[in-house]
Design a protein around this ligand. Structure first.
Ligand code: PMP
Length: 398
């Protein structure tokens, strides 16, 4: 007779961490706004019509033609040498000298974040974050059992004095930040504050995780050097990059640039996570970088996004209730707005969805007490005409 478990014996419970954090409320909103006809400022998606489909098709073709056996085979955990070299060259060109060995290719920069968390964070460790910050980072730190403490921020981002006070009081393992065109706020941390953050980290002993998926999407103003490039940060910063916003997110290609010991530990964590990132996708990206002009493509994307950002900024004054405020990001994908006293973004979203327009309330991005008056608007996936129509609907909802 086959062995069957006693039907009265309950199954062992899920790990506490699996039930300690909820799913992303933003994914729930995205599901609601996926209906045809909805003009959504909610998603954080790049514009699909701008993908260089033909260039990527040719790059995949080249990866197969050169050696299908290699493209379809297992490969090394650190990543394809030609892709590591190309990422290192791009990083060096942007002002941070980097060799191929400094780079670990990851399955999206999201994986780099998760590998760093595995490598650095014990349950109960303190992690500092900007407030508000990227939701999937909060989920990752939550799953690791971290104590997440928000660093007070103003319209330019982290307040260095407040950071210093928190580091002294809580002895955190790391600071996670998105210094350029932050998600969700679109903010960019000025160079003098980056210098202060790097100096504090070096003096008080702190890892820095600099997440930069948006930095290439600058429409105006001058580039600000990476946090990783400031004195004091060199030996303690993990810089995360991604092809998601400049090539295509479906490739799931990102990277981690980190000091040797941290990078090696992250590579061991990656072996346990997925052995290595898809070989064929890495080789296609390497061919794309060798045979297409990624910078020309990025310039096209920037021009389109700039026009879309301008359409959003031009119409927000009539779309949001009088007394609302919002920022003017110099790049990236997001505008951050705040409704006047007495208003609530989640309530506004309900009437907005009824009028086929959507955005994301800012509350879930906060650690600690949320600000219910805030909201994030993404300007990337609609034409200026659609954006104007979306804002007309938003005005009706408000
Ligand atoms: N970090 C930030 C701040 C993001 O906004 C995102 C994606 N929205 C990611 C990391 C993950 O990007 P990917 O894994 O596609 O590289």
């Amino acid at each position: 007779m086959p062995l069957s478990p006693d039907p009265t014996t309950p199954l062992p419970a899920f790990a506490a961490r699996a039930t300690s954090i909820g799913g992303s409320p933003i994914r729930d909103i995205l599901a609601l706004t996926a209906r045809p006809g909805v003009i959504s400022f909610a998603g954080g998606l790049p514009a699909p019509e701008l993908f260089d489909t033909e260039g990527l098709r040719a790059a995949y073709e080249a990866a197969f033609t050169e050696s299908a056996g290699r493209a379809l085979q297992y490969s090394t955990t650190e990543g394809a040498p030609e892709l590591r070299a190309a990422v290192a060259a791009r990083t060096t060109n942007r002002g941070l000298p980097t060799g191929p060995d400094d780079v670990l290719i990851t399955t999206g920069s999201q994986q780099a974040l998760s590998l760093l968390t595995t490598t650095l964070v014990e349950p109960g460790d303190t992690v500092l974050v900007e407030n508000p910050t990227y939701l999937a980072a909060l989920q990752g730190f939550g799953l690791a059992g971290a104590r997440v403490i928000p660093v007070p921020c103003d319209e330019d981002g982290i307040l260095p004095d407040a950071l210093e006070e928190l580091v002294r009081a809580h002895r955190p393992k790391l600071l996670y930040c998105i210094p350029t065109f932050q998600n969700p706020t679109g903010r960019t941390l000025p160079a003098n504050r980056r210098a202060a953050v790097a100096e504090t980290a070096a003096r008080l002993g702190l890892w820095l995780v600099e997440d930069d998926p948006y930095g290439d999407l600058r429409f105006e103003g001058a580039d600000v050097p990476w946090l990783a490039a400031h004195p004091g940060a060199e030996d303690r910063t993990a810089l995360l990059g991604s092809f998601s916003k400049i090539m295509a997110p479906g490739l799931r290609l990102g990277w981690l640039r980190a000091p040797a010991a941290l990078r090696r530990a992250a590579a061991v964590a990656k072996q346990a996570a997925d052995l290595h990132t898809s070989t064929v996708d890495q080789l296609a990206a390497a061919h794309y970088l060798a045979q297409a002009d990624l910078d020309a493509h990025i310039a096209t994307v920037r021009t389109a996004y700039r026009t879309r950002r301008d359409a959003l900024l031009a119409g927000l004054g009539t779309a949001l209730p009088p007394g609302s405020s919002w920022n003017h990001p110099e790049g990236g994908m997001f505008v951050w707005a705040r409704l006047p006293e007495g208003h609530d973004a989640t309530a506004l979203l309900k009437s907005a969805i009824a009028r086929d327009v959507a955005f994301v309330p800012g509350a879930p991005f906060h650690t600690g007490t949320p600000d219910p008056r805030t909201l994030r608007l993404s300007f990337t996936t609609h034409t200026p005409q659609e954006i104007t129509e979306g804002l007309r609907r938003l005005a009706a909802a408000a």
